[in-house]
Design a protein around this ligand. Structure first.
Ligand code: KG4
Ligand code: ZN
Length: 352
């Protein structure tokens, strides 16, 4: 089975062809980073226009690299939400057109589910597993029991962790996107120089909070002697910030593992997913957590942690194998929680 996956929900225009045997026949990602850089963050209108301009070319490149024509496909999967709605509409219209013209099954995939199932494509992970999803719009801990069977154990009550990376990077004058820049500068810095808070540490449960951490970065940067931030100040703050994030995630993940072991006693794996899972320090720290708790850590390769079409194609395959397809009346969904029954917490699930 060969499926085309299309992803346009954020600032990457991406398409890939994946087989049900887990082969990635092509994986094309066109990033819009340069377009958004002057604004210090993603501008939804700019993103939607760029997706519209480039999606046909990206899809075509993915088909050429896979050496296939549309008629060779067994289906078309696309991110149907959650995300920036202008971009999602572009992807969904493109996928519907291909499905209609070539009489192919159409599968609307939840972007978060794309991240959530990636480790099954890359690491062949069996259900059930505990998932830490850390991206620009989400920070969640979920028990994944099967396709479409998600129990949310924790989420952020304010900012997502990727958002905290991006905003802290902006305060430090590091530009957009902040995560990779903070990681690079943190390697050169002293993580003990600035005392930053560890929000919610010691509290029961597995929810997260990051807005206080970002505010503390701002306060401490503002308190430095006036003038341009010295390189060492930036390095030290980046290191201190990253250490605080790792401490918080370590502790909340341990709490989640305790709940997961009760919920899914046969679960053996901790999976990380989403753009922030590309962070080496965080991967190392979670590896230690997993070893300490008797679980295996599964972390997809870096390029499949950030947004891509392969994860959407794979989620499409998992759905198609279960006979799940959508009709062409599917409406793009700006919000689409993985666990609709989870209790509402402040701010959670609002962003892409
Ligand atoms: O999953 P993703 O590509 O897009 C969303 O669905 O949000 O995640 C993007 C987020 C951004 O906030 C970016 O700064 C962060 O992932 N990120 C990182 C790293 N690479 C990307 N954060 C920390 N360290 C990294 N190496
Ligand atoms: Zn994402």
């Amino acid at each position: 089975m060969k499926i085309l996956g299309i992803e346009t929900s954020c600032d990457e225009t991406a398409a890939a062809v994946v087989t049900d045997q887990g082969q990635i026949l092509s994986d094309v990602v066109l990033t819009q980073i340069e377009l958004h850089q002057p604004f210090g963050g993603i501008v939804p209108e700019v993103a939607a226009r760029a997706h519209l301009e480039f999606v046909d070319r990206v899809v075509n490149d993915a088909m050429v690299q896979a050496d296939l024509s549309f008629g060779d496909l067994d289906g078309v999967a696309v991110t149907g939400g959650p995300g920036l709605i202008g971009g999602v509409i572009v992807g969904v219209m493109t996928a519907k057109a291909i499905a209609m013209a070539h009489n192919l099954p159409f599968i609307a995939v939840n972007h978060l589910e794309g991240h959530a199932l990636t480790a099954r494509l890359t690491n062949n992970v069996a259900f059930p597993y505990l998932l830490l999803l850390v991206s620009g719009g989400h920070t969640q801990l979920l028990a994944v029991r099967g396709v479409g069977e998600y129990t949310r154990l924790g989420t952020t009550i304010d900012d997502a962790v990727g958002e905290a990376f991006d905003k802290s990077a902006k305060i430090l004058g590091l530009g957009y996107p902040g995560g990779p820049m903070i990681e690079t500068r943190a390697k050169l810095g002293d993580p003990k120089r600035f005392a930053l808070p560890r929000p919610l540490r010691g509290k029961p449960g597995c929810n997260f909070s990051f807005s206080g951490l970002k505010a503390a970065v701002k306060r401490q940067v503002d308190a430095l002697p006036p003038g341009k931030l010295a390189d060492q100040d930036v390095n030290d703050m980046a290191a201190s910030f990253q250490a605080a994030v790792c401490d918080v995630i370590r502790e909340r993940t341990r709490n989640a593992i305790a709940q997961f072991k009760i919920l899914c006693p046969d679960g053996k794996t901790l999976v990380i997913a989403g753009g922030v899972a590309a962070n080496g320090a965080l991967r190392h720290c979670l590896d230690q957590v997993a070893i300490g708790e008797g679980l295996e850590l599964a972390a997809p390769p870096l390029q499949l942690c950030t947004d891509n079409g392969a994860m959407i194609a794979w989620a499409g395959i998992e759905h198609l194998q279960l006979g799940h397809i959508n009709d062409l009346n599917f409406k793009p969904r700006p919000r689409w929680p993985l666990d609709p029954g989870a209790p509402k917490v402040g701010g959670a699930g609002i962003k892409a």
